[in-house]
Design a protein around this ligand. Structure first.
Ligand SMILES: *Cc1c(COP(=O)(O)O)cnc(C)c1O
Length: 434
């Protein structure tokens, strides 16, 4: 029997205080635990594979700050690099050497990328990449996929009520319909739907934007031939293929998923891991396209804190650890052992669970078949996930507070951490089944 977490009184006090001055007490909605019930837990520190809350409870972490913590929290080399950089000044608003150093590593890791521009969030990366795609093609529409998340960019905050390909309708208040209508929607893994959209709108499609592995609707892998098919459609219609690798970049493999699947996008968006926990993101592509960005070209994009020395230092130190021989093989093995253990525990308890994984990224959904698109993910048992979340939290495991999120392992997840997760899952599944 695992030690149960019972006291979260300081979190309760922290939440009360936060709610008086912060919208919903949070600065990003999912942290409010609305999808899983219960009240938000306030964290105080993180180290290796663990996070610690303000009441002193320890949890094995499977969120990793939503991906960046790939080498483990507070890795000594990363912390040292950040301390050192901070000591020399937090931001100059001018060039620093670390920008080119980090860019060289990224460009070297991605054959499709010759030039990049750093920004401060994944949202900025996709927003800027879409602006560039529109500038390069002189077209206004963008095809995206149901259930793919690309940050809170107005035109990308759209979903449709049915699986049918359709014009986007705003998914958020405050998005003008005229903006949402520039977005065309297709179900993930449905190449036929993309082809039908492009037959009608291809001449006006600046880009097809896709998460090469979908990680914002659980974990949904591309079907055989899907990404290749998108490449072919883009080539036929003169549209740009844009991979949003904000989550998958340097997470599922060195570089990103494009190095695994072999499909070369025109533009790539990065974030999360490349900043190692600091607000760093980027977009990049071939010289011919990127030279259209200001100051070389007519597409304006700027940032006061972009490429700041502290963020660059965190990214550099993180990627240097990732670059070590065997890093991703080890991560893949850990995620595999975890997925295997969770499946076995679920089977034993008689609970229907699907797990998928690649590199240091995986997903858990309650269903008797593996989801292939957003409709499949919606049809999963999200009540069961919410229960699972609460049971696991009480057994010291920190899961993403929504069944629509991917999970992440780090290099710091050792046998003890993985063992604790599997043991907690076994107990949780048994409770859920009884
Ligand atoms: C997290 C994420 C974003 C948004 O990044 P932010 O830094 O939160 O703005 C965009 N695209 C994908 C695929 C993501 O996972």
């Amino acid at each position: 029997m695992l030690a149960e977490v019972s006291n979260r009184s300081k979190s309760a006090i922290g939440y009360e205080r936060a709610r008086r001055v912060l919208v919903g007490g949070v600065n990003s909605p999912v942290r409010a635990f609305r999808a899983v019930g219960g009240q938000p837990v306030f964290l105080e520190r993180a180290e290796g594979a663990y996070v610690f809350d303000v009441d002193g409870n320890r949890y094995v972490d499977l969120v990793g700050s939503w991906g960046p913590a790939i080498v483990g929290h507070a890795h000594p080399a990363v912390v040292e690099a950040v301390r050192e950089a901070a000591g020399r000044g937090l931001s100059f608003g001018a060039c620093c050497a670390a920008e080119a150093e980090l860019a060289e590593i990224i460009v070297g890791a991605l054959p499709s990328v010759e030039l990049i521009r750093f920004v401060n969030s994944g949202t900025e990366a996709t927003m800027s990449a879409m602006r560039l795609a529109r500038a390069a093609t002189g077209r206004s529409r963008v095809v995206k996929f149901l259930g793919c998340y690309h940050g809170h960019v107005d035109a990308l905050l759209v979903a449709a009520g049915s699986g049918a390909a359709t014009f986007g309708v705003p998914d958020s208040a405050g998005v003008p319909p005229a903006v949402a209508e520039t977005t065309l929607l297709a179900p993930y893994n449905d190449l036929g739907a993309v082809e039908r959209i492009m037959e009608e709108h291809g001449q006006d499609a600046a880009a097809i934007l896709v998460e090469p592995i979908a990680g914002n609707m659980g974990f949904v892998e591309p079907s055989e031939g899907f990404l290749e098919g998108l490449r072919g459609v883009c080539d036929r219609y003169g549209s740009l293929l844009v991979f949003d690798e904000v989550m998958t970049g340097f997470r599922v493999a060195w570089g990103g998923y494009q190095n695994v699947c072999g499909v070369r996008p025109d533009l790539t968006c990065l974030g999360k891991v490349i900043g190692g926990g600091m607000p760093v993101a980027a977009y990049g592509g071939p010289r011919s396209l990127m030279e259209m960005v200001s100051p070389l070209g007519p597409t304006y994009q700027a940032g006061t804190l972009s490429g700041n020395p502290v963020g660059m230092a965190a990214g550099l130190a993180t990627l240097r650890v990732c670059r070590e021989a065997g890093f991703y093989a080890s991560l893949h093995e850990k995620a595999g052992r975890l997925a295997e253990g969770l499946r076995a525990a679920a089977r034993e308890a008689g609970v229907a669970v699907q797990t998928g994984r690649h590199g240091g990224m995986f997903g858990v959904v309650f269903s008797d078949r593996r989801p292939r698109d957003f409709a499949d993910v919606q049809a999963c048992d999200h009540e069961a996930f919410a229960r699972f979340f609460r049971e696991m939290l009480d057994r010291g495991v920190w899961l993403p507070p929504s069944g629509y999120e991917a999970m992440f392992v780090s290099a710091a997840h050792d046998d003890a951490a993985i063992g604790q997760i599997i043991e907690a899952a076994g107990e949780s599944f048994r409770r859920m089944a009884s």
